[in-house]
Design a protein around this ligand. Structure first.
Ligand SMILES: [Zn+2]
Length: 115
């Protein structure tokens, strides 16, 4: 299975423990998305507000291996070094205390959502 590369798929539709592969062609986009991007957002039902709302990117945990601007092979190796998952944190735009988090393990040219 190849990656469907947008927020709604990765955060709302992608199943747990069902790895998807990335390729030589799209790993830089994947690196940016998981390790660097700050403009991520998606719309979904907030279980605390009890309505459909926008969740915007807030922070990222365990992307410390990311150093932008390296040679492609080094970047690919850095991307693949996340056996301990990267956690992406999003906040509900109505109440900042409403937080959704998503965890992704990235190793062996595969992304696995683990939480
Ligand atoms: Zn909310």
């Amino acid at each position: 299975m190849t990656i469907k590369f947008y927020e709604n798929y990765l955060f709302l539709e992608m199943g747990l423990y069902d790895p998807i592969s990335f390729t030589q062609e799209n790993y830089l986009d994947v690196s940016n998305f998981f390790l660097n991007a700050t403009q991520l957002q998606f719309d979904c039902y907030c279980v605390e507000c009890k309505q459909e709302l926008t969740f915007k990117f807030e922070s990222r945990v365990n992307n410390k291996n990311w150093v932008p601007g390296q040679l492609p092979e080094i970047q690919k190796t850095m991307l693949n070094s996340h056996k301990i998952p990267i956690v992406l944190v999003f906040k509900c735009q109505r109440h900042q205390s409403h937080i959704y988090t998503f965890s992704f393990r990235i190793t062996g040219d595969k992304i696995t959502k683990v939480g």
